[in-house]
Design a protein around this ligand. Sequence first.
Ligand code: NAP
Length: 263
Amino acid sequence: MVNIDLSDKVALIAGVQNEYSLGWAAAKKLLAAGCKCIFSFQGERNIPALEKLTAPFGDQVLMLEVCDVMYDEQIEALFEKIKQKVGKIDYLMHAIAFTPRETQENPFVQTSREGWKIALDVSAYSLLALAQRAAPIMPAGSSIVALTYYASEKVVPKYNVMGVAKAALEATSRYLAYDLGAAGIRVNCVSPGPMRTVAAKSIPGFTQMLEKAAKTSAMGKNATFDDVGNMCLFLFSPMSGATTGETIYVDGGYSVMGMSFES
Ligand code: NAP
């Protein structure tokens, strides 16, 4: 067992709704390693759940702040508060995605300009918008991690414009890796297989996806929340010190299969 001590580090986790959120899977690992955490979330309605979730971690939780990533002024305000109260962040966890319901209910070919804009704005541009404000207060050795999905590469029915948004997110992480590399800031994506979260449950046919992914993956099983959290922790920690611009799958080997023989 490797002991990772992050007690002198500060992380900003953007996008935790509840204990089943993948952002929380990463946050739990960071908190267990001693890292101090700041949580940002879309609206005031999230505050009671976040207060309850983070209460056991006491002073390790530095701030709970509203930040709807569709609004530059809210992002500016978040970083202004962080600068004043904390002064730096070492890690940025991007765990945010959204697309209007009709973009996943209707065939992809019917996607509206508005649906496209919202999906790519919230789910991909937000990484750039957050990284842009975070970088000036990130010391060398810092790390940014975003959560993506296989539908960026291959067609996953019903994922639709969210697949396009994930492709944009992954490309964004590579360009950020280049821009921020000289400052010693790394940027990577973690790509979990399907996981039972609130966002995922809104995808039509999600339960079928979950079962099929487990059956046809190389390992015959889906990843767990722990697996995803551990990969995020690895990408934040100095153990991945020369890894940047990568998309790393945590999916039981689903994405490496070219064909499967299901019983
Ligand atoms: P989740 O718990 O629902 O997390 C998604 C978060 O995004 C929620 O906290 C949501 O806030 C937040 N969000 C949406 N619009 C926002 C906005 N405008 N401003 C700020 N926050 C906003 O679901 P999750 O599955 O853990 O999703 C986290 C990430 O993992 C996403 O990028 C998702 O695509 C990715 N991922 C998920 C799976 C999966 O199968 N679950 C697989 C691969 C990748 P509210 O709840 O308050 O709206």
